[in-house]
Design a protein around this ligand. Structure first.
Ligand code: SF4
Ligand code: SF4
Length: 469
């Protein structure tokens, strides 16, 4: 498989492989919105006592995916806007998330593929699946042309697949067996880093026993783990049906659901960045109070706290009180309001740069201490072409930027802005500090909306023609 572009951004504050369990909190704050879901249909009432795993709400626009109670507790609906609060939390019974070590292989009597898919939705494991091309939740009753399983996580600083795998390799391989039992003949592509190490070889050996798994060794360059990039590289065109994609944590959740008939009520997330005391991984229930995490890990007096990784994460809003079900990492940066005077032109051996400029061409690459102050100021595109060099989608970000700058949306569509996978590399390397990624996200939404409206208008016209015929 051939890859284009890509670039590894080196930042200080990388989480190490340790996993710490946070103490059970007094309350959980479960956000009703996440990146893909809006749990707008409530299933509980104010004051109701719920048990761990009970359904609190569902998302009617996403196949009624449930928001599950991660712990037993009492429901409070009015305490925090856009959250369900659980108070008087009871800890999970010991070993509630047993790894089922004694069950070496997936039990075949777990039911039909349809029953298993229903169980995955009910037990909250389905929400770990993606459509590789759109990142949306796939239809649980649909048939994929292929499945991509990835253990690779290249964006700094998100939960690492190897950290999860180290602890649960057996569960993972059993989860793969379950995944295969949902399919008929479709291939499963298994993405693993193209490195040699004792552990990587152990994983390879485990997987080699499965003839239905095709090994996909990928270079450790961001964002070669992106599902859309992998699907395109494998020539799995979206016109031939959906491609399901799932990461390590999803395979583990599938195993938990179909081996033990239990929901996954705890998440392992990374906490990293230059504002964190000891960057590592933590185990928490969804809804875990953000403040309890930042009190323990953040030393910066004025931090910027990001939900997700450095290049694609979003800043937690003021209203965010707990971590969401889709959270994979928290990144903390020192918030510097003042920009450096003529910072972009200042040389220095402490400066990493995509370009071989100033002293960075003479020194080894360094791990940068990232802050929120971008060097230099926004200025017009200088046609340096860096954005095109790193773009993994093979498009011309600077050209699309110029079209969008002049509101030429059709030309931007022809230049294939739709192929952008929103990896954020172009924005990062741009010496003019143009937020290309944000521009492209907006343009893609506009183009999608136009297409949707055109489809709806056509459907209305056809309906009118049918009625009058
Ligand atoms: S954000 Fe889009 S345009 Fe920019 S580098 Fe990534 S894929 Fe290319
Ligand atoms: S990296 Fe920035 S300045 Fe350079 S060509 Fe791309 S948009 Fe223009």
């Amino acid at each position: 498989m051939r890859f284009k572009g890509g670039y590894n951004v080196l930042f200080q504050g990388k989480p190490d492989g340790a996993v710490q369990t946070m103490p059970e909190p007094e309350k959980l704050y479960l956000p009703l919105r996440s990146e893909r879901f809006h749990f707008s249909s409530l299933s509980v009432e104010e004051g109701q006592q719920v048990q761990a795993g009970d359904v609190l709400a569902t998302d009617p626009d996403n196949f009624d995916i449930p928001l599950l109670a991660p712990r037993a507790g009492r429901v409070r609906l009015e305490q925090a806007e856009n959250h369900i609060v659980l108070e008087s939390i009871e800890g999970l019974p010991e070993h509630a998330e047993l790894d089922g070590r004694e069950i070496l292989h997936a039990e075949q009597k777990a039911g039909t593929a349809a029953a298993k898919r229903e169980a995955l939705v009910r037990l909250g494991a389905w929400q770990f699946l993606y459509d590789a091309h759109t990142q949306a939740l796939p239809d649980p009753t649909g048939t994929p042309q292929a499945v991509i399983v990835s253990t690779v996580s290249l964006e700094p600083f998100l939960v690492r697949g190897d950290v999860l795998l180290h602890r649960r390799l057996l569960n993972f391989t059993r989860g793969l067996e379950h995944l295969q039992s949902l399919l008929e003949y479709q291939p499963i592509y298994f993405a693993i880093p193209d490195i040699r190490s004792e552990f990587a070889d152990l994983v390879r050996n485990h997987i080699r026993g499965y003839a239905w798994v095709k090994l996909l060794e990928i270079p450790l360059v961001y964002p070669y783990d992106d599902f859309a990039i992998l699907a395109r590289g494998l020539e799995l065109s979206s016109g031939n049906g959906p491609v399901w994609a799932v990461r390590t944590e999803g395979v583990l959740a599938i195993d938990q659901a179909l081996t033990l008939d239990r929901p996954c009520l705890t998440r392992t997330i990374a906490i990293g960045g230059t504002g964190v005391v000891s960057p590592s991984h933590i185990e928490v229930a969804p809804g875990y109070p953000l403040k309890a995490i930042t009190d323990k890990y953040v030393f910066e007096p004025n931090p910027r706290i990001i939900d997700g990784g450095i290049l694609t994460g979003k800043v937690f809003g003021d209203e965010a009180l707990g971590i969401g079900t889709e959270c994979r990492g928290i990144t903390v940066l020192p918030e510097l309001k003042e920009r450096e005077f003529l910072g972009f032109a200042r040389p220095g051996s402490d400066r990493g740069s995509f370009s071989a400029c100033f002293l960075s061409s003479l020194t080894h690459r360094i791990r940068e201490r990232l802050t929120t102050a971008m060097r230099g100021e926004l200025r017009p595109c200088v046609s340096c072409n860096f954005c095109e060099e790193v773009c993994p989608a093979g498009i011309s970000p600077h050209l699309i930027h110029k079209y969008l700058y002049r509101d030429l949306i059709e030309e931007a569509a022809q230049a294939r802005v739709d192929l952008c996978v929103e990896c954020g590399l172009c924005s990062y390397v741009c010496p003019s500090k143009i937020d290309l990624r944000a521009q492209f996200t907006e343009a893609r939404e506009l183009i999608e909306q136009d297409k949707r409206e055109a489809r709806e208008a056509k459907a209305r016209e056809e309906a009118v023609e049918e009625t009058s015929a």
